[in-house]
Write a protein that binds this ligand. Structure first.
Ligand code: G3H
Ligand code: 13P
Ligand code: ZN
Length: 305
């Protein structure tokens, strides 16, 4: 059964581990992450972006997730970076058990008002709501301390935002960025800022843009022809610190995308005589499963189901 995300996240915050929130667009990725969760006995949050819904169709994604949720682990189906209110409402009505309203690019007043609206819709259906305050972007994108302060999450503002909106969990900006190119120079997260946020916000805290861009996976993809340049991710050490100071949901998309890419490139390279899509996609599923398992160990969610 799919459960509200807050059910899974509360105990993660209390017990100092983080639930992997893994983005999927297709059956292959879903099968990989569910197999990993069952093997590791880890709770998971299966999440789909608005782009994933456009690609696969909301009804297909919900149907697949409902089948996946028969696995003996706690699982939530979450709408990632929901910006379109109509789509968010539809997700709540059709069976998502968690939605994010991403009003981070809106003026604060509008972010508060729209988050409150989503919370009102969600409460009626026992659906959890994640909200965001601050802009998720690499620290190096800011040229001055003032600019950094203006974009990263302000701890006092975060506390006021959660109190006012009554959202269940809060995504914060502490220097991570989406995608495979997170840092130009040294990798660095603002852990001091996170500590201050966590002192004031007792709800589960969410870390976006948290992929590690694992070297071995990048190398495998590049060996088989991918051109990934200076791809750089968040260090495992920073992830451990983030969990220690209150992060209880960690979003991973890029690492799974890299695994998928490496897997299909290797298959196409090595199986020139194969035309069966099941055989060509199998290495990608295996690699994504392994990557998800590594995250469960790093996030300490292993054995918590
Ligand atoms: O945070 C964004 C996720 O990686 C989803 O990306 O909108 O390309 O599906 P997408
Ligand atoms: P990555 O790009 O680091 O995987 O982040 C994914 C994410 O935050 C999805 O919301
Ligand atoms: Zn994100």
């Amino acid at each position: 059964m799919l459960v509200p995300a807050i059910k899974i996240l509360k105990s993660a915050r209390e017990r100092h581990y983080a639930v992997p929130a893994l983005n999927i667009n297709n059956l292959e990725a879903l099968k990989a992450i569910v197999a990993a969760a069952v093997k590791m006995r880890s709770p998971i949050i299966v999440q789909t972006s608005e782009g994933a819904i456009e690609y696969a169709g909301m009804d297909y994604l919900i149907a697949m997730a409902k089948v996946a949720a028969k696995a003996p682990i706690p699982m939530a189906l979450h709408l990632d970076h929901g910006k379109n209110l109509k789509l968010i409402k539809e997700a709540i009505q059709k069976g998502y058990t968690s939605v994010m309203f991403d009003g981070s690019s809106l003026p604060l007043k509008e972010n508060v008002a729209k988050t409150k609206q989503v919370v009102a819709w969600a409460r009626a259906k026992k659906v959890s709501v994640e909200a965001e305050i601050g802009a998720i972007a690499g620290i190096e994108d800011f040229v001055s301390v003032e600019e950094k302060d203006a974009h990263l999450t302000n701890p006092e503002q975060a506390a006021k935002f959660v109190k006012e909106t009554k959202c269940d969990s809060l995504a914060v900006a502490i220097g991570t960025a989406h995608g495979a190119f997170k840092f130009k120079g040294e990798t660095h997260l603002d852990i001091e800022r996170l500590k201050k946020i966590a002192r004031l916000v007792k709800n589960p805290i969410v870390l976006h843009g948290a992929s590690g861009v694992m070297e071995d996976v990048v190398k495998l993809a590049e060996y088989h022809g991918a051109k990934l340049g200076k791809a750089r991710g968040v260090l495992d050490e920073d992830i451990k610190q983030a969990i220690k100071y209150g992060v209880s949901k960690i979003n991973i998309d890029t690492d799974l995308r890299l695994g998928f890419t490496a897997g299909i490139r290797e298959a196409v390279d090595q199986m020139g005589n194969v035309i069966d899509p099941r055989k060509l996609l199998e290495p990608a599923i295996i690699l994504m499963r392994e990557i998800a398992m590594r995250k469960m160990i790093l996030f300490k969610s292993e054995g918590k189901a």
